[in-house]
Design a protein around this ligand. Structure first.
Ligand code: FRU
Length: 467
């Protein structure tokens, strides 16, 4: 058994996975695709893996959804989306080949359709969009279609680089087959934008993008073909591109806006003792919403609570500078901490997880309300000499007058995923080596603090089937 393999975060049955692609729900069934190399635990020969679920928690792996059409010059099926139109599902993705069809200057956008939701057929009209659409405009790294419907037809966003800046570009179609270019939707400050996707909330919208760094969002107003009046520019997850990347979203049949994101393997150096036959996972699916001030709220899908097993509750815990063990040992759990701001005052509260009895290994989550920060400190997370130890630092939500901070921490073997209230998320990988790096402890930097309540649930493994 591979100790680092997550038990309730989605993984491919074997070999490599990266971005989530084309999620949708139809007749109650959730479908999810993902960037997948079927033959190696490393990036390459990119197919679309496929899985379905009734609850976004327990998954059935299905046969590979899409393979590159080598005979048509395709060598990878890059990221994309799905559209459900009158019960028919269409996938859009970026087709990459060799030579002239390279990812930087020769990407094409293709579609595939499937009546049985298993086999996806690429119609002869492909490619449906080429770089020629842009006339004189030079766009590089053009990829990752995201399509939605509005009053005036279908809209597509694509990521790319224009004049050395990451951008998203907008296209329109009445029939999903013939597309026209509407212009640059948003020009970013970063050097690249990948995987742009958008949720609408009336005339407001939130645009997500992956700029080869932490996934970011912009909330603003949609006016015709333009995205204007940006209200908030926020971070979807502070884990950075090594912790949480290439998100995508969809609206489910209950109208919930759901976001999936990729959790890559962290780098561990060549001494890594286990040769994995898998690589990469997905973050917990998040239900997102728009707050009145333009900030994004994010919570893990409530369906995850079905995995909660044995629970342990603590009230008014007095926390001291010496680490206090909770007496609970687990590598697969959810911990909910409710903290009264007054009661921890100017101190830094630390929850250590995956902590060994000898004190050599521990992953520390530091909550520092006075400086509005939350940090996952990985400096002692692993004895492996070459793992990444950089701290993951997030900003606490602006909570005018809120008395309590609610911290939800999900630990899943080698994944630590943290939600502060419903606004700040941090996701990262850790690779403890000691057998007993399973402890959960609390401490503070100075004096005595009180944690109002702490609840820990053992998390059961998700049920995974293969069809
Ligand atoms: C993001 C990304 C996408 C691309 C895919 C290729 O991780 O680079 O832009 O479509 O991965 O696997």
């Amino acid at each position: 058994m591979d100790r680092y393999r997550p038990r309730y975060h989605f993984t491919s049955p074997r070999n490599w996975m990266n971005d989530p692609n084309g999620p949708f729900q139809l007749n109650g069934e959730y479908h999810l695709f993902y960037q997948h190399n079927p033959s190696k635990p490393e990036w390459g020969d990119i197919h679309w893996g496929h899985a379905k679920s009734l609850d976004l928690v327990n998954w059935t792996h299905l046969p590979i959804g899409m393979a590159p059409s080598y005979e048509l010059g395709e060598s990878h099926c890059f990221s994309g989306c799905s559209v459900v139109n009158d019960g028919e599902v269409t996938l859009f993705y970026t087709s990459i080949g060799e030579g002239e069809r390279n990812a930087t200057t020769g990407a094409q956008q293709w579609m595939a359709r499937g009546k049985d939701l298993r086999t996806w057929h690429k119609p002869g009209i492909n490619p449906v969009l080429t770089l020629d659409l842009h006339g004189e405009l030079q766009i590089k790294d053009w990829r990752d279609p995201y399509v939605w419907k509005s009053e005036d037809g279908w809209h597509m966003l694509l990521g790319g680089i224009q004049e050395e800046k990451g951008c998203s570009f907008l296209y329109q179609s009445d029939d999903l087959e013939r597309w026209s270019f509407k212009g640059t939707f948003y020009k970013g400050e970063e050097w690249i934008w990948e995987c742009p996707h958008l949720f609408r909330f009336g005339d407001k919208a939130v645009l997500f993008y992956s700029p080869s760094g932490p996934v970011r969002y912009l909330s603003g107003t949609l006016s015709g073909d333009r995205f204007i009046d940006v209200e908030q520019h926020g971070t979807v997850d502070f884990g950075g591109w090594e912790g949480y990347y290439a998100s995508t979203g969809f609206v489910d049949e209950r109208g919930r806006r759901i976001v999936h994101g990729w959790i890559p393997e962290g780098s561990r150096g060549e001494e890594f003792p286990v040769s994995l036959d898998w690589a990469g996972a997905l973050a917990l699916p998040r239900v997102v919403d728009l707050k009145p001030n333009g900030a994004l709220s994010m919570i893990p899908v409530p369906e995850l609570e079905t995995l909660r097993g044995e629970s342990h509750s603590f009230q008014d815990i007095s926390v001291e500078p010496a680490p206090t063990s909770t007496g609970i040992h687990s590598t697969s759990f959810e911990c909910l901490l409710e903290i009264d701001r007054q009661a921890i005052a100017a101190s830094v509260l630390t929850l250590s997880v995956l902590a060994s009895a000898c004190g050599k290994e521990h992953t520390d989550i530091h909550l520092d309300p006075a400086s509005h920060s939350i940090t996952i400190d990985r400096s002692n997370a692993s004895l492996l000499p070459k793992v990444h130890k950089t701290p993951i630092e997030g900003k606490l939500p602006d909570v005018d007058g809120a008395e309590r901070i609610r911290l939800r921490i999900f630990v899943d073997q080698s994944i630590v995923e943290v939600f502060v209230d419903d606004e700040t998320c941090l996701t990262t990988r850790v690779y403890p080596t000691l057998e007993d790096s399973t402890g959960i402890q609390l401490r503070t930097n100075i004096g005595n603090s009180v944690v109002s309540s702490m609840q820990i649930w053992e998390m059961k493994a998700a049920e995974i089937r293969t069809e």
